[in-house]
Design a protein around this ligand. Structure first.
Ligand code: 5AD
Ligand code: SF4
Length: 496
């Protein structure tokens, strides 16, 4: 409480907070980066604004994995030309992978962009804003990290400047804290021939386990129940501690011990580099969820070789066979690229056969998009016509839909532990339009809620809003390819 008399307090104009419009495209890593950058901006007096034309600062956190994502950013920036003319003090910034990939052409196409910040330099954004306000000249921060020649060990020991961003983490008290991401590593060393990530995010560096565990404890103290560890290839996590290597399974077991954490997940895994201890940790540690996102990209050995994936289809299937043997009930998800350079109908058929054999829970399918600077852009022809890519894309998704539907329906009448995340999308939308779908059921005030099983299946059910953030048992009554519908079983279990 202020010591000032009420009258005086009322007369004082409230310090105007500046407004930032922050839009995030791309992967979970970007979602986490945006949250951390927003934490830093809050400290220098910014608050979030949902209308970009009214913002003092517009920041786009960008993705370069496919051309489509970059085009979206360019169109967003194009639409800011007029607002910038009307308000010359507005700062327009591009952060993330697109800033790092090709800053020159970005500036050439969009000269009104004044802040350009690569993903390894994000902790510099508050200082860059100050510099722009003072000098009204463009501020650029890039790392070009992939050009540095360092060994994995040197990199693990290299406590680089961007670590300050993660260390500055202070969750927004106004934000839902139920689920959180924690970074375990930056960058990637794999150099798949199609992929831009090693060039934008730099080479792989793992963060110290002790710091990750401290971050998890801090989040647990603030009410976080589900943590997702994020990295490009989390299973290759390794960091030296007192001269001894800490690997991913050990990291999982340290986080598992933290009181308050109910569920521990991780994305994304690389099919090479897997050690069995990770599967054993998934089986033995109570918090680690039985779900693995393990992109295979293609079902053809020939294409995997051209992609430099460093494993064969047989090795991939052997690996997921082991995962299923060790972790009962594990669900698997995967990524596929269709229309990679030279992909024939036979290669595509081989991919379909692999999908049929693997029985994934779900898959993500992408049309190959040539990325300047990558090996496949330089050395191979993007020779599969877009029409063919589109057809192959649809074929894989249709096949998976059939598999998911049959698989999900086999669970009708089973009971699952569900972490309740919030109102279902439909319910949230209806509420926004002030047509709340709440219904009075006896003494209870119920609405449609959504949650997830440990296996990452989405469950929609009717329930009291107090259930949000709790673990409940839900009996499945029907299933589509994407969603379960069910009833909460009373009495509800309220966590550990
Ligand atoms: N074109 C299409 N898809 C790509 N991915 C990565 N690079 C490309 C590209 N150039 C996909 C891969 C990866 C996912 C995150 O994006 O499937 O697993
Ligand atoms: Fe890209 Fe391959 Fe690294 Fe994944 S493993 S981020 S696809 S280079």
């Amino acid at each position: 409480m202020s010591d000032l008399p009420l009258t005086e307090r009322n007369q004082r104009p409230a310090m105007a907070r500046k407004k930032v419009y922050l839009e995030t495209m791309g992967c979970q890593m970007n979602v986490l980066d945006s949250e951390l950058v927003m934490g830093q901006l809050r400290r220098i007096g910014y608050e979030l604004e949902s209308d970009m034309t009214r913002a003092d600062l517009v920041l786009l956190n960008t993705c370069s994995v496919r051309d489509h994502a970059e085009q979206k950013v360019l169109s967003r920036l194009g639409s800011l030309t007029k607002p910038k003319l009307m308000n010359p003090d507005m700062i327009i910034g591009v952060m993330g992978c697109m800033a790092e990939r090709d800053p020159e052409s970005l500036i050439e196409k969009m000269p009104h962009v004044e802040l350009i910040c690569g993903p390894n330099e994000l902790n510099k954004i508050p200082a860059m804003i100050g510099e722009i306000e003072e000098t009204r000249s463009r501020a650029v921060a890039l790392s070009q990290d992939f050009k540095r020649k360092t060994t994995p060990l040197e990199r693990a020991l290299d406590y680089d400047s961007v670590e300050a961003l993660d260390l500055s983490r202070e969750p927004d008290p106004g934000q839902n804290s139920l689920q959180a991401y924690i970074r375990v590593q930056r960058g990637c060393d794999k150099f798949c021939t199609y992929c831009i990530v090693p060039f934008t995010r730099g080479l792989e560096r793992s963060r110290p386990a002790s710091i990750i565990v401290e971050e998890a404890k801090m989040l647990a103290d603030r009410g976080t129940k589900e943590i997702t560890l994020v990295g490009q290839t989390v299973n290759s996590y390794i960091h030296q501690e007192s001269g001894l290597p800490i690997k991913f399974a050990e990291l999982l077991s340290r986080i598992d011990e933290i009181p308050g954490i109910e569920r521990l997940r991780f994305v994304t895994s690389f099919p090479g580099d897997f050690d069995i201890e990770i599967f054993e940790a998934m089986r033995d540690l109570p918090t680690v969820c039985e779900y693995l996102h393990i992109p295979v990209q293609s079902g053809s050995d020939r294409i995997l070789k051209l992609m430099n994936r460093q494993y064969t289809v047989g090795e991939y299937e052997e690996l997921i066979g082991k995962a299923r043997e060790i972790v009962p009930g594990i669900t698997l998800a995967s990524d596929f690229i269709v229309g990679f350079c030279g992909e024939t109908e036979d290669d595509h058929e081989a991919t379909k056969e692999l999908i049929e054999r693997c029985q994934f829970k779900n898959i993500f399918v992408f049309k190959y998009s040539p990325r300047p600077g990558t090996a496949s852009f330089k050395g191979k022809d993007n020779d599969v016509p877009d029409k063919v890519k589109r057809r192959r894309n649809v074929e894989l998704l249709d096949l998976q839909e059939r598999i998911s539907l049959a698989n999900n329906q086999s669970f009708v009448s089973e009971v699952f532990e569900v972490l309740v995340e919030g109102p279902s999308k439909a319910a949230a939308k209806a509420r926004e339009a002030e047509e709340s779908p709440r219904v009075q059921v006896g003494w209870r005030n119920e609405s449609q809620l959504v949650g997830r099983t440990r296996h990452d299946r989405i469950v929609v059910f009717e329930g009291r809003e107090e259930l949000v953030g709790q673990l409940v048992s839900v009996k499945i009554t029907s299933a589509t390819a994407l969603t379960f519908h069910g009833d909460v079983i009373e009495p509800v279990s309220l966590g550990r």
